[in-house]
Design a protein around this ligand. Structure first.
Ligand SMILES: *Cc1c(COP(=O)(O)O)cnc(C)c1O
Length: 234
């Protein structure tokens, strides 16, 4: 028996509990189920338990999965979010198969998405990934460069700039987790004050979801708490 429906229920319950504690509407937090390394069957099980939005990191794995699901279960209207590092030779496949991309950190990549987005599809929803942990090794645009990138992306056709995403350094302490998410929220508010119509803060994973919700996350990206531990060797 799969634990996925029970896990999903528990995560939804936790979202509701935390939202209530910080006086937020639980409906303002979208649960993105991160299905990387898990197969189409796991996605189907989650979808049958009411899950609608799925996140993926690897282009080939994801497009295979999306095609299998379209074939096997055309009744499911799933929303696909690309959340992994982007190589420029993979942008076309992402532009053709996904509804959202959370991990834009360069204008050049955004330009490719803008050119490659099929015209019969709605604009590709975009979040800029921001490096809020300040380490050279971390992905994401630096906070001080986010405004220039945001205005450039907002002006491109076939894209819709929705907001910001971050993957902070892991921290056990909830106050430290909150401090990192607060940096992203403040940047988000600054960009909005500059006239950009942003509505999405993509932050929070299995280990730091409550802190992210407390700091205003509108999308939480949850993998292992729903699907179990990932086995990359498989
Ligand atoms: C894998 C991944 C997640 C999900 O992580 P869990 O710890 O399994 O919840 C979220 N966001 C990104 C960018 C990821 O790569």
């Amino acid at each position: 028996m799969s634990a996925i429906p029970e896990n999903l229920q528990a995560v939804r319950q936790q979202i509701a509990t935390v939202a209530r504690e910080v006086s937020r509407d639980a409906q303002s937090v979208t649960l993105l189920a991160v299905s990387k390394t898990f197969g189409a069957d796991a996605v189907m099980t989650a979808a049958d338990a009411g899950q609608h939005a799925f996140g993926e990191n690897y282009v080939q794995e994801a497009t295979d999965k999306i095609k299998i699901l379209q074939q096997k279960r055309p009744d499911l209207q799933l929303e696909w979010h690309f959340i992994g590092p982007i190589q420029s030779n993979k942008t076309r496949a992402i532009a053709e198969h996904f509804d959202w991309v959370h991990s834009i950190e360069r204008e050049k990549i955004a330009q490719r998405f803008s050119e490659q987005r099929p015209l019969q599809r709605p604009p590709l929803n975009i979040c800029l990934q921001v490096n809020i942990s300040g380490e050279a090794s971390k992905s994401g645009v630096l906070p001080e460069q986010a405004s220039v990138l945001a205005h450039a992306v907002a002006s491109l056709p076939n894209l819709r700039l929705r907001g910001l995403m971050a993957v902070p350094e892991p921290e056990d302490d909830i106050d430290k987790q909150r401090a990192a998410f607060a940096r992203l929220r403040i940047l988000f508010e600054q960009l909005r004050a500059q006239g950009l119509t942003l509505d999405t803060l993509s932050m929070g994973m299995s280990a730091d979801m409550p802190a992210a919700i407390a700091e205003g996350a509108t999308i939480v990206r949850i993998g292992s708490a729903i699907f179990g531990n990932r086995n990359y060797a498989k």
